[in-house]
Design a protein around this ligand. Structure first.
Ligand code: ATP
Ligand code: MG
Length: 294
């Protein structure tokens, strides 16, 4: 406990501490080493280093513009770094590859293909027969609960359903790591909460490592094992927090002392006291309500 009687986010129950011990013993899937990215004169990423271990769920959290998408795009091979390297299973990566599955915010399904054909796409590309690809695609579609929609087209699905297809499609290629950049950012609050539940359930059932980008504090604490907090200008790793909230997770934990303590710590890191810009919005006098009745 801290002096104010609040739980310290660094205090872990024996079960949680044991889980982290086990996690640290697992092999590193993704290694990010001294990664820097400069756009013109702007340093978007400044010597970022961290590891993600097998079956770990690691979230990267930071204010808008701090370089989260740049980081995940470099890991995905869609952007090149200025210096530093990305290792996957210990080997440097250059360019995109099926070993990294991607689910980003915008819907990236092929609109002219059905759900099943969208999921089959990567499987066919990797050389599987139509028969094999179809039966595997069906299994992944069932995993995300969309069997009834396998012959539907993306425009016939809700936003949440489209993202479930995107997850199925990414997982079908059996990536070593799933890269998710604010995948639920465009969804309404209720669908978003539902999708978080689905993702936890999928992650429990599938041997996959997840690198998840978000700027939603609740989402990061609810989903992750560890939370990497990025600072801005230039972006650097502020802290990597071992989340003390036990698993399995449920939404009732949002008000638990561990959850609140972790939330508070992240919040402190992202919005440090006295450094926030307090730019006042100036409303032009001519548009102020009540002028005409003066
Ligand atoms: N292609 C580019 N060319 C020039 N500058 C860029 C480019 N891509 C990103 N930037 C700049 O790099 C910084 C980081 O951008 P990035 O999109 O990675 O931030 P982010 O943390 O993902 O933000 P958000 O939370 O709003 O998605 C920003 O200042 C942005 O303007
Ligand atoms: Mg972004």
């Amino acid at each position: 406990m801290s002096e104010s009687g609040e739980l310290d986010y660094r205090i872990q129950s024996p079960e949680v501490a044991h889980r982290f011990e086990q996690l640290r013993a697992r092999p590193v899937i993704l290694g990010v080493q001294n990664l820097s990215k400069v756009f013109g004169t702007h340093a978007a990423l400044n010597f970022i280093s961290f590891d993600v271990r097998r079956r770990e769920f690691l979230s990267v959290l930071g204010a808008s513009g701090c370089g989260k998408s740049t980081l995940i795009r470099i890991v995905a091979g869609l952007e090149t770094q200025t210096s530093g390297q990305i290792l996957l299973d210990g080997k440097p990566v250059a360019g995109p590859g099926p070993d990294r599955g991607m689910v980003f915010q915008g819907y990236t399904l092929f609109p002219w293909l059905t759900v099943k054909r969208n999921v089959m796409f990567g499987l066919r590309m990797s050389g599987k027969s139509a028969f094999e690809a179809e039966s595997e695609a069906r299994e992944w579609i069932a995993l995300v609960g969309l069997s009834k929609f396998e012959n539907a087209y993306p425009h016939e699905l809700s936003g949440g359903m489209k993202q479930r297809v995107a997850i199925a499609r990414a997982l079908a290629n059996r990536p070593r790591i799933l890269l998710m950049d604010e995948p639920f950012g465009a969804l309404d609050a209720q669908t978003r909460a539902q999708m978080q539940g689905y993702l936890l359930e999928i992650w429990r059932n599938v041997d996959v490592t997840i690198l998840f980008i978000t700027h939603d504090l609740d989402e990061a604490v609810y989903l992750s094992d560890r939370i990497l907090v990025l600072g801005a200008n230039p972006s650097r790793v502020q802290e990597v927090i071992e989340n003390p909230v036990p698993r399995p997770r449920s939404r009732e934990q949002f008000t638990s002392p561990e959850f609140l303590a972790t939330y508070r710590r992240i919040s402190e890191l992202i919005h440090p006291p006295n450094t926030e810009e307090t730019e006042r919005i100036q409303i032009p006098r001519m548009t102020m309500a009540g002028d005409d009745v003066e």
